[in-house]
Design a protein around this ligand. Structure first.
Ligand code: UDP
Length: 325
């Protein structure tokens, strides 16, 4: 079975490509390399193309049995400042991808959605029936695509899984692929860069939230746990269903707890500075992962310590592994 991994030269897509290959699937990576890196696609067939390029996609789809779509812009702050960029890529171009799929014989589609579709949750842990009311343009674009998938699946017999990711982190054990964003905005890589002396201090965005230690709580999930759910998602699609589901651990950690865990794993102390709240950050986002556990027989297995230790191994290599930097 051949899987077209769209956005497979990015962080989560490259991990999915590796896990798919280890499970015996054929993989074709399709990526425009705008935020992806060819180094992360090394060893795979890589088609450099845009998701809006129907003819290039058509040729790739003719050789594929299913699509995984990871190609999206994913910075909340940037989406507030530059919503055009987000709606153009994550909705307009993504709909061109979906049209190309409908025009092909492929009827299995796995979509990288996000817990940002929930906005400020009415209850934590968050179930899939929480109202979808995004509070930033990034979440709005992902919700728009979820809605399109629902309508297309009814009309065109397309089967889909929308995976709503919580906070993806960590790296493959091989340390040959990992998280690399320019600019980096995510907590764990920023803490590690601080330890490396590349930043003077880690700024904590607010310590006056209504949480036990005043800092925000998130559900950090190892990227390979996410990737493994995608493989199980393919099997679920083969059973003929469509669904949206959370991918998280069900356990939250505060920013301060993550910093302490990094200090424990690396044996080094992290200089910190308390800054103002970052606009749009809800105090607590934690998944209720029961649906994925029940329907996929999947569970996030890797601990926060494993997330940090694999991220740390990768972080120490990434500056040479990715040549653009
Ligand atoms: N955070 C922080 N300092 C940073 C980066 C992030 O305090 O330099 C906090 C952020 O406010 C949030 C958590 O760490 O509560 C996770 O943020 P990240 O950007 O990694 O992921 P997000 O939850 O925004 O998807």
């Amino acid at each position: 079975m051949s899987i077209l991994v769209v956005g497979g030269a990015g962080y989560i897509g490259s991990h999915a490509a590796h896990i798919l290959r280890r499970r015996g699937y054929d993989v074709i990576i399709y990526d425009n390399l705008s935020t992806g890196y060819k180094e992360l696609a090394e060893g795979f067939e890589l088609i450099v193309g845009d998701i809006a390029d129907a003819s290039k996609l058509g040729a790739a789809l003719a050789r594929s049995d299913a699509v995984m779509h990871f190609a999206a812009h994913a910075y909340v702050g940037e989406s507030v400042e530059n919503p055009r960029k987000y709606f153009k890529n994550n909705v307009t171009s993504a709909l061109a991808l979906l049209d190309a799929v409908v025009e092909s014989r492929v009827r299995k589609f796995i979509f990288s959605s996000t817990c940002a579709v929930y906005g400020n949750p009415v209850k934590v842990p968050i179930t899939e029936s929480n109202p979808r009311q995004p509070v930033n343009p990034y979440g709005a674009t992902k919700l728009a695509f979820e809605n399109a998938l629902e309508a297309y699946s009814q009309a065109y017999a397309l089967r889909y899984v929308s995976f709503r990711y919580f906070n993806a982190a960590g790296a493959d054990d091989s340390a040959t692929i990992g998280e690399h964003h320019e600019p980096e905005t995510h907590l764990i890589p920023l803490i590690l860069q601080t330890i490396q002396g590349r930043r003077s201090a880690l700024e904590i965005f607010g310590d006056d939230y209504p949480t036990a230690d005043g800092t925000c709580i998130r559900d950090y999930i190892h990227v390979n746990d996410l990737a493994e759910a995608h493989v199980l998602g393919l099997e679920y699609l083969s059973r003929g269903h469509s669904i949206a589901m959370n991918l998280g651990t069900g356990r939250g950690y505060s920013v301060r707890e993550v910093i302490s865990a990094v200090e424990k794993v690396t044996g080094q102390s992290v200089p910190i500075r308390i800054g103002p709240r970052r606009p749009g950050d809800p105090p607590e986002l934690v998944a209720e992962p029961a649906r994925a556990e029940e329907l996929l027989r999947w569970k996030a297995r890797r601990s926060l310590e494993e997330i940090i230790s694999t991220a740390w191994s990768w972080q120490q290599k990434s500056q040479t592994a990715i040549r653009e930097v």
